[in-house]
Design a protein around this ligand. Sequence first.
Ligand SMILES: *Cc1c(COP(=O)(O)O)cnc(C)c1O
Length: 478
Amino acid sequence: MNDPTFKTMGQQAGRRSWAEPWKIKMVEPIHLTSREERETALVDGGYNTFLVRSEDVYIDLLTDSGTSAMSDRQWAGIMLGDEAYAGSRNFYHLEEAVQTYYGYRFMVPTHQGRGAEHLISQVVIKPGQYVPGNMYFTTTRLHQELAGGKFVDVIIEEAHNPASLHPFKGDVDLDKLEALFVEVGAENVAYVSLAGTVNMAGGQPVSMGNVRALRALCDRYGVLIYLDATRMVENAFFIQQREEGYAEKSVAEILLEFCSYTDGAWMSAKKDNLVNIGGWLAVNDPDLFDALRNMVVIYEGLHTYGGMAGRDMEALAIGIFEGVQDDHVRSRVGQVLYLGDLLIDWEIPIVRPVGGHGIFLDAKGFYPHIPQGQFPAQTLAAELYLESGVRGMERGIVSAGRDPATGDHRHPALELMRLAIPRRVYTQAHMDVVAEAVKAAYDARETTRGLKMVYEPAYLRFFQARFERIPKTNEKGA
Ligand SMILES: *Cc1c(COP(=O)(O)O)cnc(C)c1O
């Protein structure tokens, strides 16, 4: 067991083995395609795993977003949908769940996370203001920029180094942040955009000590903190496992304390909250809530449904409760760590420590011969799919997009390929198959060639961009 977090799991349970705190009541058949079928699917999809049909995928680790298996309780909740246009009882159940487990006073539902990001960005950011954050996220930064904000990365340096074993690589660099406050003036900072487990850094957590100190710093300068709570439950689990003083606290208690240091949060309920669609936005300031509640009716729907059906709000309210149970989080993150440990044992380059929601393969480590301009992580996603039918996604130069000011590619230090693990969906045997597939792609690394982009959409290009394989003859000149 390479990861310190994993070791404590068996110890906590008082035995060596552990298992999921659920059993399977319904199954969905999947099948393995032939290599020829996958070659066709990949070329048709422009070497972009987002453009491959899910029927052509064997084990789908494209994302953990909206791919969770719901429980029997949640499906029962679907039958309790109150589809009234206004004042659905499911809304009140959802509101209570957000208040109880996240602790914020006011909440509006949204159709998914980016709906909430849109609302808060438009209402809070004044054009020209800065939005510092612990590493960007694709949709979050785009909405901040569309509202006229300028994102500034203030995550600690360790986050950019895939080999650093820092236990809280999501922490904010408080000196960097304070330097920004001083340089531009706190009145020109819209808010601090804090994310719990930093997706783009490999699912890395923020410590309680860091958020507490961040609160104190922001109070001194009069700056607000809004939290991307998408995977905050997983962040709370890492605090429980790694931070002094939290071993005896429940994930739910830790979550509540963490959120108490922030002024509000947006949520993609498709992750931690165990539903296939949904989101919410919660704040403590009544005036801000008033503005948001007014805005939600323009873009999402009435403030008591915000783009969600009553039945979906019910499943979400139940999912919030299930998602914060210690047994659930331990087995969810435990499965990710299990896969990570296999790969570490085989000396395959991945981001360490292993994060909460997936394994991030270090594409620069796989393909030192492929320059970043030939999309190593995109290449790796394509190769892995071709090899095995396992689908992951790029988190590197394609995802980073172009700088709106210069129009040039942004060159992120991390060039990663993500294998995101859906919650409560796959078994340990699936993880073994995935590990073997990654090993096969790694063994073939030296003969792998890069890609060139042949179609580039204007926004969030990683979703729809198309690529072709660079022909062999070009290799030397590249
Ligand atoms: C998925 C995600 C979002 C956006 O949410 P959607 O539900 O996909 O619109 C925002 N932030 C983070 C960290 C995410 O992972």
